[in-house]
Structures are given as structure tokens and as C-alpha cells.
Design a protein around this ligand. Structure first.
Ligand code: ADP
Ligand code: MG
Length: 697
């Protein structure tokens, strides 16, 4: 039997086949259910009438009662417009139409009272409203006033009378007949606990709220429900994964002890120790580990990864580390090799540029188990690499690797899966991590090694450039090196390139005695590498670059990062760039250059950078400023598709929803208790229709 809500939209009164086709194409509305779930994105407050004397252009929308005093067509041809003057006892304003004049004009009559609704704009000393909605004032509509839903729609739909009002009309047809059939999706005990209103009441009031109070109740219920099911799904997935995927047991770890006792180059921070313990615990369970390791730039993730690799090697298994770029793979390889050599462990590197002959040797070494650790890029999964026994896979900067690719890795060995450790230096706010990566366990290195001097961040206006140049000189005199970074924004690539070249020239002019490197995206990989190497070898003192140096590059002697047009960068990127310094020198600096003209958000970003070095704090601010869609280069938009919740603002609700989901699953893992049937059914339905997780990349 077809579910009522799956009824095709063309069967709704007022929606013929033509409108149905458009609704499908333009808004992805195919069924009754889709229409109901096309929620208004805001409501217009029709409860209040403004006096014309109160109107100002900071008000988003106003509703006014007034009499039309004059109607006039002004201008010729395409510039023609219709102007009607509306008056009340406090003043007058103009109503203006540029389009549809023929249609509007006959509806307006001088001397008649109207209710007018629209967004006021200022024009000289006076105000006007262009393309207002209007109706002749009647006793009925004067009293009616409520919260009118505003629906997103498209130009094409508007042309077919499916503007916001048109959609509201359809909702008014559908809601009364659907109301009793809307199923409850939360069990009673949850409704009672949080005093939530029933689902059908909530949905009805999200569309047509009687007042702001019930609207708030409706939204709060639907928001919680939305977040709760994300958490339930994630935790269920995790539980399922845990039960299904076996991992090898790595309990006996003499080499780790040996490394600890004889080769540890420094004392580990408490955070590093804690994370290693967490991972070791996972290794002993017999379940496959799926862990996200977050640690700010420089927090020392590499050695943690290495120690975890040792746990595996002690148990006749191998480990691999995947990096997003060749430069990074190379650096990881160098870093890990230093440790591995001390223990006589064979380690290799495989990237896109590995020669065929060498490849063959590596393949063999991996298959017969002689190579214990392999570091590489994508090439590792794309290649036909086979391991004797892969026990651990470390993935650095995970957002560049898709889940699908992760899955591929798992399948390299079928009886027991390699443990997965995903590392990221992009701090993800807790709420977001819980939601996006809620199926992973999360470890956090939230402490920098001792004795690191925090990077000093200073904001300079471009007009102070001479002082900045002077500062560069003083640092280079101390033997330090300097980065100068220019933004690269794709839309105006040409401009950016010119900007970079102009910058390079002025740097060359300002520092005729220094050697200066330049690296940008248009250069060939070979040339880029050559310039990088010159800088690494200290042959050049200044590196002028675009953001290509953002990820991973490690030049400990570089102590100054100058970011030009800093207002054009997002917080995550600024923080990543800043992380390129502070890796060796006593004191490092980050100088943010901007013009005087700063947007409000730009100013918040710069001030936040100056105020704190804490990546998590920055990520929180970023989330609040930009919403999760843009965060840290991950392509998250569309993945979660949250209609009510705001990950930046609803942290507390997310936590509450997660706690609740956890408690429920702990008490009833399979959701088979009668009171949880409703959850189980809903979860199944959501799994069928929702989020395609392979879209995360
Ligand atoms: P990231 O987390 O950014 O990958 P790395 O692992 O590259 O950081 O570590 C950054 C630097 O800090 C490296 O030079 C590393 O040797 C050093 N380091 C890591 N842990 C410690 C520690 N506990 N004490 C001192 N230095 C450390
Ligand atoms: Mg690193």
C-alpha cells in the first residue's frame, strides 16, 4: 500500500501536471511529504502595523495602513515606473513598481485605504517601498494579521504563480487533510521529558504559526528531533561497525617500550601520552579502530602516529601513512624515517612520482612483509599495492580522502580490517565533530610541547608597510627567514596573479640585498620544488608565495609569516598559514596586513587571530561566522542537510541529543523495546532516504 505521504504532488488540488513538473524540477518536491517538508525560511510579522512616521530603512519589513493619495506613471520605455503615494496621519511614502505596471495599476485607487507590506528603502529624506504587497483594507484583514510564512522559490516558479504566496496556498490545502496522518516520530517518554508538542502540531505551526510562542515551540521540537536522529544514526552506525568489523589484536608491544626507554627524542606531553593510551586500548579490543585524532599544528601528531605504528609492527603487521600531497608525504617520510632508523625498521615511500622499477621493489617488500612502514599519497590506494598484513592505516588531513577510499583500504585484507587513525590539524569544533564524525571515536591533543613560545600575531594597516619592512630586516639580520603570502581567490585569478607579481616586485625593490624565492600555483611542480628547496636550504631569505605553502611545509628557521590582504582569508586558512612559523625559532611572528577598509566580519577574524593561538577557539568563532558549510575546506554542505539546526549555535542541544541517544542505545542496543519501536522505524526510514555518506570528501 502506498503511504499517503508518498502521494505524487500532482494529486494535490491546485497542482496540475505542469506545476507538478516544475515543483519537481525546481524545488525537488515530488510528493506530499516533500511539500510539507518545504518549510518556510522565515515568517513575516503581520501582527503589527507601523505608522509611516516610524518607518526607517533598518526595518526588514513593515506593514502599514494608509490611503493612496496619488498615482502616477513616471519615465519612458524601459525606465518607466509606477509611483503611488501612501499617506497616514504621521506622514507619507512612495510605493514604486518597475515591472507589471499594467497589472498593478488598475488595482490601485486614489482615496482608498490599503494594507501595504514590504521592505522600506531610503531615498533622500523620504522612504519608499518597491514592489510591495498590497490589499484593500477591510475589517477582516485588519484584524487577521499573523505570522505569514515565506518560502524559498525560484523565478521560473514565480512566473507560474508559485511564488511564496502560491506555495503557502498549496500548504493550506495540504495541511488540513494531512494533519491527522502526520506520524509521531518521537516516543512518548521523550515528548514528556522535554515537554515537546506533538509532531503534527509542530509541523502545522512551522508553516502557519498562530503566534511567535508556538512557532518557537514548534521549531525547538523539530530542531531537537533533527539533531537527535543524526546522533542516533551515528551512534547506531558506530555500534554496528564495532560489532561487525573485527580488528587484529595488538597487545604485546616490546618495541614501544624500547623506543620509550632509549630513543624518545623529548618528553611526550600529557596530551600525547593520553592519546597513545586511548589508541593502545583500541588496539587490544579485537574491534577495528576508527579514530579521529585532532591536534593543532605543531602539537606533535607525527610521533604519536609513529608509536602507534610500533604497536602494530610488534605483532607481525604493517602500517601505512597517507598524506594529501607529495610534499607532505615526503616530510612525513623524513620524519618517520629518523625514528625508524634508530630501531632498524624498514620504511619506504610511494607516491605518484615513484619510478616503475622502485615501485616493483616496494610492492615486493610490502607483500613479503619486509617493508614495515609505507608512507605515500593517493598512489597507495590507486596502485595495486598489496600488504602481507596491513594492521594500521594512518590518514593525515583526512578531508582530502573520501570515505569511499577509506573503505577501499579496509578491503585490502578481508578477515580483519586495519585499524584506521585519521589525523587532522584543522581543529573541528566539538559540536561539528560530534555531528559530522559522530561515528568515529575522537582523540584530541590539546596541549603544545613545553617551551614553545606562542607566536605573536600583530595587525598592521598597509600604510605601516615601512615599519613592517624594517621588522623583516631585523629578523633576517638574526638569521631568520620570512614568508610573505598573497591570497588566491579563484574568481579573479588574473588579478591575484598580478597582485602577487606586483608584491614580488616591490619586495625585490625593498630588499635588493636579499635572495627572494617565489612560489605560486601556476608554476610547474618541478620549479616549485626547486624554489622550495632553495628556501629550505636557506639560500633565500624571503619566500613570496600564494597559499600553496598552506599545508604541511616545515621550515623551522622561518620565523615570520606576513599575510597580505589578510581580510580576504578565512580563519581556518589564516590559522593554517600562521602554523608555518613557530616551528623552531625562539620567537615567531605573524603579521596580518590589511587596508583600512575592513568589513565587520573581517575585523572579527583579524581580532580573533591577534587574540588567540588556540585552534579550537578559532574554529568556534569560524563556525559562528560562517556556518559549517564553509568550514575548513571540507565539502560539508548538503551532507547533513539540516533544516532547523545551526551547528554554530546549537551546541548545547547537540550535546543533549547525543547524550539521550547514547543512553537509549546503551539500554536497548537493537531498539527492540516496545517504547523504542518508533525510533527504530524512523531510523530505518531515514537511512533509506537520507544522506549519502559517500559524498563526504
Ligand atoms: P603536527 O601535529 O603539526 O604534525 P609534528 O608532529 O610535526 O606536529 O611536531 C611538530 C614539532 O614538534 C616536531 O619538530 C616534533 O619533533 C616536535 N615535538 C613533538 N612532540 C614534542 C614534545 N612532546 N616535546 C617537544 N617537541 C615535540
Ligand atoms: Mg603534521
Amino acid at each position: 500500500m502506498l503511504n499517503y505521504f508518498e502521494t505524487k504532488i500532482e494529486f494535490l488540488k491546485g497542482v496540475g501536471p505542469q506545476k507538478a513538473a516544475l515543483l519537481k524540477k525546481e524545488l525537488n518536491i515530488h510528493t506530499f511529504e516533500d511539500l510539507l517538508a518545504h518549510y518556510p525560511f522565515r515568517h513575516e510579522d503581520r501582527t503589527r502595523f507601523y505608522k509611516i512616521g516610524e518607518v526607517n530603512d533598518t526595518l526588514p519589513y513593515v506593514q502599514i495602513k494608509g490611503v493612496i493619495k496619488s498615482i502616477e506613471t513616471v519615465g519612458e520605455g524601459r525606465r518607466q515606473r509606477l509611483v503611488a503615494t501612501l499617506q497616514d496621519e504621521t506622514g507619507w511614502l512612495d510605493l514604486v513598481w518597475f515591472q507589471g505596471i499594467r497589472w498593478v495599476k488598475p488595482k490601485l485607487k486614489v482615496g482608498v485605504s490599503y494594507i501595504v507590506f514590504g521592505k522600506p528603502a531610503r531615498f533622500g529624506k523620504n522612504y519608499n517601498i518597491s514592489h510591495p504587497e498590497f490589499e484593500v483594507l477591510t475589517l477582516a484583514n485588519e484584524a487577521k494579521g499573523g505570522l505569514e510564512p515565506v518560502y524559498s522559490t525560484t523565478e521560473t516558479l514565480k512566473n507560474k504563480f508559485l511564488d511564496s504566496r502560491g506555495i503557502a496556498k498549496l500548504q493550506r490545502v495540504l495541511l488540513p487533510q494531512a494533519f491527522d496522518k502526520i506520524p509521531e516520530t518521537l516516543p512518548n517518554y521523550i515528548l514528556e521529558r522535554y515537554k515537546f508538542i506533538p509532531r503534527n502540531v509542530a509541523i502545522a505551526n512551522v508553516h502557519f504559526p498562530k503566534d511567535t510562542k508556538i512557532l518557537a515551540q514548534a521549531v525547538s521540537r523539530l530542531k531537537f528531533e533533527e539533531l537527535f536522529y543524526v546522533q542516533l544514526k551515528m551512534l547506531n552506525l558506530k555500534q554496528h561497525h564495532h560489532a561487525k568489523f573485527k580488528g587484529q589484536v595488538f597487545a604485546h608491544i616490546p618495541t614501544v617500550t624500547e623506543f620509550y626507554n632509549n630513543h624518545l627524542p623529548f618528553d611526550l606531553t600529557n596530551a600525547q601520552k593520553r592519546v597513545i593510551r586511548e589508541i593502545y586500548k583500541d588496539m587490544k579490543t579485537g574491534h577495528q579502530m576508527n579514530r579521529l585524532l585532532q591536534g593543532d599544528v605543531g602539537s606533535g601528531k607525527t610521533i604519536v602516529a609513529f608509536i602507534c605504528m610500533l604497536m602494530v609492527l610488534d605483532n607481525e603487521a604493517q602500517a601505512c601513512m597517507m598524506a594529501p600531497t607529495e610534499i607532505l608525504a615526503d616530510q612525513h617520510y623524513q620524519g618517520l624515517k629518523e625514528y625508524a632508523d634508530k630501531l632498524g625498521i624498514r620504511i619506504a615511500k610511494l607516491t605518484g612520482s615513484t619510478r616503475k622499477k622502485e615501485r616493483a621493489v616496494i610492492h615486493e617488500g610490502l607483500l613479503n612483509g619486509e617493508i614495515k612502514i609505507i608512507v605515500g599519497t593517493h598512489a597507495l590506494i590507486e596502485d595495486t599495492v598489496d600488504f602481507q598484513n596491513l594492521g594500521l592505516c594512518v590518514i593525515d588531513e583526512q578531508h582530502r580522502f573520501g570515505v569511499a577510499q577509506r573503505a577501499k583500504l579496509w578491503n585490502k585484507r578481508s578477515e580483519a580490517y586495519p585499524h584506521i587513525l585519521v589525523m587532522t590539524a584543522t581543529p573541528i569544533p566539538r559540536t561539528l565533530a560530534m555531528t559530522l564524525y559522530g561515528d568515529l571515536d575522537v582523540s584530541v591533543i590539546d596541549e603544545l610541547p613545553k617551551g614553545r613560545k606562542p607566536i605573536q600575531t600583530v595587525h598592521y594597516f598597509d600604510s605601516n608597510r615601512l615599519r613592517v619592512w624594517g621588522f623583516i630586516k631585523s629578523q633576517v639580520k638574526l638569521g631568520r627567514q620570512v614568508y610573505i603570502v598573497y591570497p588566491l581567490i579563484e574568481e579573479s585569478e588574473k588579478m591575484d596573479y598580478k597582485n602577487l607579481m606586483d608584491g614580488y616586485e616591490s619586495v625585490c625593490r625593498a630588499f635588493p640585498d636579499y635572495q627572494i624565492s617565489i612560489v605560486h600555483g601556476k608554476m610547474k611542480a618541478k620549479d616549485k620544488d626547486f624554489e622550495m628547496q632553495r628556501f629550505i636550504k636557506k639560500e633565500t631569505q624571503i619566500m613570496v608565495a600564494t597559499t600553496v605553502i598552506e599545508v604541511g611545509v616545515n621550515v623551522p628557521n622561518a620565523s615570520v609569516m606576513i599575510i597580505e590582504n589578510a581580510e580576504k582569508f578565512g580563519l581556518a586558512q589564516l590559522h593554517q598559514l600562521r602554523g608555518r612559523v613557530g616551528r623552531g625559532a625562539d620567537q615567531s611572528y605573524c603579521l596580518l596586513m590589511t587596508s583600512f577598509k575592513l568589513s565587520k566580519e573581517g575585523k572579527i577574524r583579524i581580532d580573533t587571530m591577534v587574540r588567540t593561538n588556540n585552534g579550537f577557539e578559532l574554529a568556534d568563532v569560524d563556525l559562528k561566522l560562517r556556518g559549517p558549510g564553509d568550514l575548513s575546506g571540507t565539502q560539508q554542505s548538503g551532507v547533513l542537510d539540516l533544516k532547523f539546526a545551526d551547528l554554530g549555535k546549537d551546541g548545547k542541544i547537540i550535546q543533549e541529543a547525543r547524550n539521550l541517544a547514547k543512553r537509549i542505545l546503551e539500554a536497548d542496543a537493537t531498539l527492540d523495546k516496545p517504547e523504542n519501536q518508533i525510533l527504530k522505524n524512523r531510523l530505518r526510514k531515514l537511512e533509506k532516504t537520507q544522506t549519502n555518506w559517500s559524498r563526504i570528501s
